[in-house]
Ligand binder design. Sequence first.
Ligand SMILES: [Zn+2]
Length: 430
Amino acid sequence: MISYRFRILLPVLFALAAAGGAQSQTPPKALTVLHAARLLDIESGRVLTPGEVLVNGDRIVEAGSTVKRPAGAVIIDLGDRMLLPGLIDAHIHLFLHPGAEDLQTVLESVPQRTIMATVAARDDLMAGFTAERDMGTEGAGSADTAVRDAITRGDIPGPRLRISGNAINILGGHEDAIGFNPAQRVLPNADFANNADQLIEVMREQFKQGSDFAKIYETGTDSVENGRLSTPYQYTESELSAAVREAARVGKHVAVHATGDPGALYAAHAGVASIDHSFQLGDETMRVMHEKHIFAVPTFTIQEYFAAHPLTPGGGPKEQAILDLHVQNFRKQLAAGVPIAMGSDVGPFPHGTQARELELMVKFGMTPLGALQADLINGAKLLDWEGQIGALKPGYFADIVAVPGNPLNDITTLQHVEFVMKGGTVYKKP
Ligand SMILES: [Zn+2]
């Protein structure tokens, strides 16, 4: 009786185990052919009809109108959709969510925030973002190291990540929990460094804890008068140069939060990798950014969100005024040849909704192809994955999404990603 039952049960158990494994992870070296009505060649801007990609394990083998169909390959027919590279967001905050903002360090424990960050990572991936640069845990220290590593191991779903740990800030600077009773010692959102030596020491500590690059607050707080942005710099050009040299020593880079001059100019001269926000840049700053190929990361979506949902009562008009002058300056940045990368600053607004940024980049002066090239080609460079992500080419990671319609005709279709593959694993299917 017992042996009879085992003969029945064992094959069933093996089948269940195999099914469970297949759900969570594509087996290594699995051959997959993706077929769809259209495929975007991001470099040329050409649309291939139909489009196909052959994937082996985590890499692309071939992409074109038709590809080889090796025996045993799984064919996924995505019908009337367009295949394109997985989207890239170069400015995100997995450890932020709508609501708490400045008091998050007081109201929420780091373990709680880390769990929420894993949910945010999943939401971003399901929206089609297969690679992201996290621009600061905002007071959760190096907890992002664990999130990045769990994603890399395949333990949890999420984009491939570059992370900074906490951002770095001067005492009394932009993210130093200003506006509370000083005696309360409200935990700041950033690590402190007040001079070049301290910058280097903080960066070494962060690198030791796992960060891929350093994020430095270079300006703030912003005010607007007569169409001009006024924002105090936080570090001198020589202090930022010391930080850039220290990062370069170990093959890393520095990215700054800088909304305007003179801080943005100091950062450009120092040779940072990106100037995030870039609300109002002077001619000399734009010239240096063009010359040194320093990316501006506009983050329009967060500004639009804060104009509609101000952090302080009555703060909406100021946020709108900043957005208005940014839109004017953005056209000058484009004309001056400042390289642009896409970054939404998602976190304070809901994760998974940030393809809105591409819509705003088009609304404010870019072509749809230009916005997508900024996202994919420039994003891959800024995230130090050039030649590995951002295009559908042999040898690249199989980070592939599919959308209905054609984003070159309607950029908002990127807000409706229906298929997501990252590193050859399918995470979302129509
Ligand atoms: Zn940010």
